[in-house]
Design a protein around this ligand. Structure first.
Ligand SMILES: O=P(O)(O)OC[C@H]1O[C@H](OP(=O)(O)OP(=O)(O)O)[C@H](O)[C@@H]1O
Ligand SMILES: Nc1ncnc2[nH]cnc12
Length: 183
């Protein structure tokens, strides 16, 4: 695979930080500016694809909505299929779902169970891991469908929020292209 043209530090500089959005005290790490940059998008996909390739995954799963941007591009680059992990009520079939707790309230994720074959190695891809609620629920859902989920790959880690450690406690190896750590 050709080396990406931009370094992780240069990619980090393309992420826009919006203070106090969507709530006071939150530093929102916005990938809109990263993906609007052609070299930035290409390098981000190249980095993620190298890691998913090294994990020997048979399929890529991405979480709605931002995980679709990165996950589908990585899957296509590697010639793998892509499994969308959807917010509730979007799939026109009988789904397999999981309910999970958010900091305030609850949410649900759903997949097409027919897309997963027993024992298939599926790599998770998303733009960002914060508390890990979305990624842990996604891994549990894929495992419930019969998949093996051993790796998860993110563009951004917010280590202060503990999500990556939470995933590791579920026996999932985590990598991220960049971290915003107490910034
Ligand atoms: O680690 P967590 O605390 O679960 O947070 C991370 C999740 O939050 C964001 O998605 P969001 O639910 O905002 O949806 P979006 O991709 O549709 O914007 C992000 O894309 C991750 O999926
Ligand atoms: N701080 C943050 N920035 C962007 N997306 C997020 N999802 C959860 N926390 C986030």
């Amino acid at each position: 695979m050709t080396s990406p043209a931009l370094t992780p530090d240069q990619l980090k500089a393309l992420v826009r930080t919006v203070p106090d959005w969507p709530a006071r005290g939150v530093q929102f790490r916005d990938i809109t500016t990263l993906i609007a940059d052609g070299d930035g998008l290409a390098a981000t996909i190249a980095y993620l694809a190298d890691r998913v390739d090294a994990a020997d995954a048979q399929m890529v799963a991405g979480m709605e909505a931002r995980g679709f941007i990165f996950g589908a591009a990585v899957a296509a680059r590697l010639g793998l299929g892509f499994l969308p992990i959807r917010k509730p009520g979007k799939l026109p079939i009988e789904t397999l779902g999981i309910d999970y707790a958010l900091e305030y309230g609850a949410d649900r994720l759903e997949i097409d169970p027919g897309a997963v074959t027993d024992g298939m190695r599926i790599a998770l891809v998303d733009d960002l891991i914060a508390t890990g609620g979305t990624a842990c629920a996604s891994a549990a859902l894929l495992r419930k469908a019969g998949a093996m989920v051993e790796t998860a790959h993110f563009v951004i880690d917010l280590p202060d929020l503990g999500g990556a450690d939470r995933l590791r406690r579920d026996d999932i190896a985590v990598d991220a292209l960049m971290a915003f750590d107490g910034e």
